[in-house]
Design a protein around this ligand. Structure first.
Ligand SMILES: [Zn+2]
Ligand SMILES: [Zn+2]
Length: 237
């Protein structure tokens, strides 16, 4: 059990990193709009949504369970964070169940992936043979498919189906190598510059507020002194 002080400390840390993460996400969304301006499919179009649902037969692309509102969510194969550098474009966006979307975040948030070269492929690579016993993702897949052979076959099959889905978007496939090459470093820089800027601004503002409050305190004690002089000892109410 963590003590309250460490919880408060981690909440403060998170608040600072949230600003930087938001900036990374804003940049990736803006970049997505720019690169996909002339592409055949728009991710917000109805025809794209239909194509995605048909491709995966109205099932979650990861766990194969049927998709039903309100348990499904828009999902990015390559997550839109500084490590995965995913874009909000056709070929990277699909619809998944909320549970997989949340379980996949563990792989998406790792700086270095050990099981595959992308977050989604890594998520599907937890077949129970390559991780430590207590791996949460391996035990998630064990809870979906208890039989080991079936689990391995389903994970490999879903991975293959996602790979072929990606192949249906040549514009996306064409820019992917350049994105993978250039973006992670650029995003790391954006993230750390934002953190440094936020910390500097907070320190500057805190110092300014500190000056204002200490001036106010000095004036207040000065005002009490003046009052005592003017009223012969007791401040006027
Ligand atoms: Zn799922
Ligand atoms: Zn695992």
């Amino acid at each position: 059990m963590r003590d309250p002080t460490s919880l408060l400390r981690s909440a403060t840390r998170r608040a600072k990193s949230d600003v930087a993460n938001k900036l990374v996400s804003m940049f990736l969304h803006e970049l997505s709009r720019t690169v996909a301006r002339t592409w055949r499919y728009r991710v917000d179009g109805e025809d794209y949504r239909k194509l995605v649902l048909q491709w995966f037969e109205n099932n979650c692309p990861y766990c194969s369970r049927p998709l039903a509102e309100p348990h499904c969510i828009v999902e990015h194969l390559d997550g839109m964070n500084r490590y995965r550098a995913g874009l909000h474009v056709a070929g990277n966006v699909l619809v998944a169940c909320k549970r997989c979307n949340s379980e996949k975040r563990r792989d998406d948030s790792l700086e270095r992936l050990l099981l595959a070269d992308s977050g989604w492929a890594s998520f599907l690579a937890h077949d129970g043979t390559r991780c430590q016993e207590r791996c949460q993702t391996c035990s998630y897949w064990r809870s979906i498919w208890t039989d080991e052979l079936e689990r391995k076959a389903k994970l490999a099959g879903n991975s293959e189906r996602i790979r072929s889905f990606r192949g249906a978007f040549p514009e996306f496939e064409a820019i992917l190598p350049a994105i993978r090459e250039a973006l992670p470093d650029a995003l790391r820089k954006l993230y750390s510059d934002c953190q440094a800027f936020a910390q500097h601004e907070i320190r500057t503002l805190l110092a300014a507020i500190d000056t204002i409050t200490s001036n106010a305190e000095t004036e207040k004690s000065g005002a009490v002194g003046d009052g005592q002089t003017a009223n012969g000892g007791s401040p006027r109410l």
